[in-house]
Design a protein around this ligand. Structure first.
Ligand code: SF4
Length: 369
């Protein structure tokens, strides 16, 4: 079943590594922006009224930075304009420095049942260097307020001076505070961000060191009962993200808000990245799409394979045949022969061997040729 992604682009300040579409200091636009989001939901909902959606993901930016009444209003609008499944997964991203009990109470009333909390690291000096607005203590307090809820914590690898001890403390803190899911991913120094200077100065750990920290972190996560189901995602049994699983199965989704992209009926389309242009378009009654392309043929096959091989579930021969009417090994014969040593097969499924999943990007480059 398809999902809905909603982008809230406001933040208190810009983190030093961030190249997401987020606008610090434009919080005064929140009310006008949310009115546009409600309108876009109405327009899209009208087009898609026959569909049933299984997940809603409110991401950003920092959705938790705006007044919670807007999130409540947003979910009212989503449930009025889209048909949701009987038990939808509804996630909101939160910065631990922006949460209080009142906000969470309204989120619950809005139907939110999953929280994604950006811990990043338990080390306050590293948090400050990343430009995060929160501390370790803020995370602990946020987790206390979330007691009994289904929440995920982000842990970042590849920070300046990061040691195994730092990684272990971050993971253990998230687990002890009750996270049911942990996303452990490597910092990507993007050109144009302040942290890129640290990268150019050689201050960030290199790829081999990050891979070593990842392996170390994976060991701790395993010991704590978190199962890896995608290269960067680990979960306690039964708490995997349905929204993300739909992406990795190349399922359909609709994106609302500035910069949000959608994939429906074989087409991928993306909204403008410009906040003013987004609002202008919606206010004049137009959808703010700037790019739209049909993804078919070889591109669609590669996409299916690439997404499936990111996960521990791998690629199902039957599913591939159902989608494309052919055998994936035949379609990618040369790459398959070259990468066979990294793969393992079980019944109808082929997956990347556990020890090579972290380097799946390198393996997949063979399939791009
Ligand atoms: S909180 Fe997230 S979106 Fe906002 S500036 Fe930091 S990394 Fe970017």
């Amino acid at each position: 079943m398809p999902g809905i992604y909603i982008h809230i682009p406001f933040c208190k300040s810009k983190c030093t590594y961030c190249d997401f579409v987020s606008f610090p200091n434009r919080l005064n636009f929140a009310e006008a922006y949310m009115a546009c989001l409600y309108k876009e939901a109405e327009m899209r909902g009208e087009e898609l009224k026959k569909e049933t959606f299984d997940t809603v993901y409110i991401g950003g930016g920092t959705p938790s930075v705006i007044d919670p009444k807007y999130i409540y209003g947003l979910m009212k609008q989503i449930t009025a304009r889209f048909r949701l499944s009987r038990d939808p997964e509804v996630t909101i991203e939160m910065n631990p420095g922006t949460v209080d009990a009142e906000k969470l109470a309204l989120y619950r009333r809005a139907g939110i049942n999953r929280y994604s909390v950006g811990l990043q690291t338990a080390n306050d000096a590293q948090l400050s260097r990343l430009g995060r607005i929160h501390t370790r203590a803020d995370f602990v307090e946020c987790a206390r307020l979330l007691k009994g809820e289904n929440f995920s914590a982000d842990v970042m690898l590849g920070l300046v001076g990061q040691t195994e001890k730092d990684v272990e403390e971050s993971i253990r803190l998230a687990a002890e505070c009750g996270a049911s899911h942990i996303s452990m991913y490597a910092l990507t120094p993007e050109d144009g961000t302040p942290i890129y200077t640290d990268y150019l100065n050689g201050e960030l750990p290199d790829g081999d060191e990050v891979a070593r920290l990842y392996d170390f972190g994976r060991g701790i996560l395993k010991e704590l009962g978190f199962l890896r189901y995608e290269v960067s995602n680990f979960t306690k049994p039964g708490f995997g993200s349905r929204h993300n699983l739909n992406y990795w199965k190349r399922g359909e989704y609709i994106g609302l808000g500035v910069s949000a992209s959608s994939f429906f009926c074989g087409r991928r389309f993306t909204n403008t990245f410009n906040l003013d242009e987004y609002m202008k378009c919606i206010l004049s009654g137009h959808l703010p799409v700037i790019e739209s392309e049909e993804v078919s043929g070889e591109d669609a096959k590669f996409e299916f394979l690439m997404l499936a091989l990111r996960t521990v579930f791998g690629i199902s021969e039957k599913e591939y045949r159902k989608n494309f009417g052919s055998d994936w090994r035949e379609d990618f014969r040369e790459a398959y022969e070259k990468t066979k040593g990294y793969l393992e097969e079980e019944g109808d499924t082929t997956r990347i061997k556990d020890e090579f999943l972290y380097v799946q990007n390198q393996i997949l480059t063979e399939y791009m040729k």
